[in-house]
Write a protein that binds this ligand. Sequence first.
Ligand code: COA
Length: 257
Amino acid sequence: MYQTLLTEISNHILTITINRPDKLNALNKQVFDDLDTVFTEVYTNAEIRSVIITGAGSKSFVAGADIVEFKDFTPDQGKALSLRGHQVFAKIEHCSKPVVAAVNGFALGGGCELAMSCHFRIAARNAKFGQPEVNLGLIPGYGATQRLVQLIGKAKAMELLFTAAMINAEEALNLGLVNYVVDEGELLPKATEILSVINTKSPNAIAHCIVAANAVFDETKNGYQIEAEAFGECFQTDEMKEGVSAFVEKRKPDFSK
Ligand code: COA
């Protein structure tokens, strides 16, 4: 169905695997087109309640933008590529369903940026993160100058952007870039375990959490105002009625409908 992705839905969790292992899953134009399309499905398919993004093979999550593809680019083509990356990664970041990156191996350049566009990240012990663009005479183009600063703070982000250093999973954990580090075989089970818990919660409430939390990073928005509006909107939902009734009746809420 997709040229560069494998997809599988199990227990309402869609696992998306970037599948170019011979190129360490580097992001070419086709990967962006496929990610764009698969996220349209995530937005519209009610069977999908949450998403895992990972990379094919054990060596790499995504080793960056496909360097071969852009070597003869003009400035306008470079800018257009960056804007395309922003658009697709914003579609992931603003998805109303939780999206987790399961980082297996290299997450460099656009790979680190893809992971950062997800709502949170889990790393295998062999994961390596970095923004090596300055080695190529470039800067990150798919959001790292913004999201890396947001996630780990300006000083450490500046150091990683300037040095092109690769950090391991434990350092990423210490910086708050990833939530957990697990053995390689435990990566997808851990992501599935967390999403299975999340999938029992109110989807509407989670969607509102995403909108309000993302507003922190949008200067054009007043996050507190968005929170108040979202809080208010929850009161008109069947899910809120079910959640509160279940509490009063001392039973587990059922948000599966
Ligand atoms: N774009 C295009 N191709 C890439 C790639 C990328 N970002 N990263 C890896 N590949 C390709 C290699 O060219 C190689 O292809 P080949 O077998 O046809 O020659 C294949 O993937 C395997 O990579 P290789 O470099 O042989 O593996 P390695 O284990 O020696 O090194 C890395 C792994 C990740 C350290 C190294 O591939 C690398 O530095 N990649 C580029 C990372 C980068 O700068 N990303 C930011 C881009 S803006």
